[in-house]
Design a binder for this molecule. Structure first.
Ligand code: MRU
Length: 353
């Protein structure tokens, strides 16, 4: 039961007109339900509610969103702007939107041929993501075998980085899956990932479907797990990697990097090159999304866990400085040590944007 029963996202062309169909991630794991987007405002709302989420999938969704606007005859420039601005931190969103918009413009910027070009570009990005995922899985497994020659890995992950965010098996989770298929995964530790529980709800769902040995832990329990010597490596994804190698990822990633450094455990980031943003100078320049306080003060909508009117601090991401990152695994190979020169080299190979 390796793959998702329903894909994270698919393009469909029913008689009423083309649509983008999403697996609604807000309803997992209780329910596998699809959400049909017929227009760009619907897709923007799905992005903002996290029905569709995770950096690589946001890029793919954004590209299909531009195609949707084009084939339905909406204003493509305005649609691209709304989509690119739907969430600020994951650079893949603007990257995917930009690719489909540029393909549309290069094909004349109007009419059926331009719309077909936008859709073809979205499909190309979707395929590239799947191929990149396979390559990252291989490169990441190779790195694990170098760093941890004893095998039998106990890996800790945070947030969700598997098939739910990808055209194939994702980023960090694809490496975990490769280790599992190689018989080398002793334990996957799944951070629950407060406040929206992407770890408990989504990564555990994927791990269960893959038949992995896994356990969910409260984020605050990671420290005691390191102290007990129960973590061999941390594997996470990324939403944006700045030119100096700073990594923005789900809130709670940075504390794991500090713990990993203290305990001498490798901290590995797995992300496609499209997540590297050389135009963002350093970690301080990465725009961090702040989300509604109710996500913290309510355990689910309408169920409070704090006094009525409590203020909340709810950044969706944090930034890990490059000196805490052992390596970044990309589809073009492993970046280590993580610095501007090595990142620039991996990005300067031919890139299709
Ligand atoms: O807010 P989300 O759920 O979109 O955040 C997702 C993450 O932080 C993922 O870890 C990140 O996008 C990497 S996915 C390969």
């Amino acid at each position: 039961m390796a793959d998702l029963r329903l894909p994270a996202l698919r393009w469909a062309e029913p008689p009423e007109g083309p649509v983008l169909v999403l697996l609604d991630q807000t309803r997992l794991p209780a329910e596998e339900a699809e959400l049909v987007c017929t227009d760009v405002p619907g897709l923007v709302a799905a992005i903002q509610s996290l029905a569709v989420r995770g950096a690589p999938l946001l890029g793919i969704a954004g590209a299909y969103g531009v195609a949707l606007a084009a084939v339905r005859g909406y204003d493509v420039t305005e649609a691209a702007r709304q989509l690119a601005e739907a969430r600020p931190t994951a650079v893949n969103l603007a990257y995917g939107v930009g690719r489909a918009r540029d393909a549309y413009r290069s094909a004349g910027g109007d009419g059926a041929a331009a719309a077909r070009a936008a859709l073809a570009e979205a499909r190309a990005l979707h395929r590239e993501d799947a191929q990149g995922s396979e390559r990252m899985a291989g490169a990441g497994l190779g790195l694990l075998s170098e760093l941890l020659p004893g095998g039998g890995y106990r890996l800790l992950t945070h947030c969700n980085t598997g098939a739910l965010i990808s055209g194939a098996h994702g980023t960090a989770f694809a490496v975990v899956r490769a280790a599992h298929l190689a018989g080398e995964l002793r334990r996957l530790w799944v951070d629950e990932t407060r406040p929206l529980l992407q770890g408990a709800r989504l990564t555990a769902y994927e791990a269960a479907r893959e038949g992995m040995p896994y356990a969910v832990l409260p984020d605050a329990a990671a420290g005691s797990l390191f102290a007990a010597g129960e973590v061999d490596a941390v594997l996470i994804g990324a939403d944006r990697i700045a030119a100096d190698g700073s990594v923005a990822n789900k809130i709670g990633s940075y504390p794991l990097a500090v713990l990993a450094k203290h305990h001498g455990v490798p901290f590995i980031v797995v992300a496609p090159v499209s997540t590297v943003d050389l135009a963002t100078r350093d970690g301080a320049a990465i725009q961090i999304e702040h989300r509604p306080g109710q996500e913290v003060t309510e355990v689910r909508p309408g169920v409070p866990v704090a006094p009525v009117g409590a203020q909340a601090y709810n950044p969706a991401f944090d930034v890990t400085p490059p000196e805490l990152v052992t390596a970044i695994v990309t589809e073009r190979g492993v970046v280590a040590p993580v610095d501007h020169g090595n990142l620039t080299n991996v990005c300067s190979e031919t890139r299709s944007s």
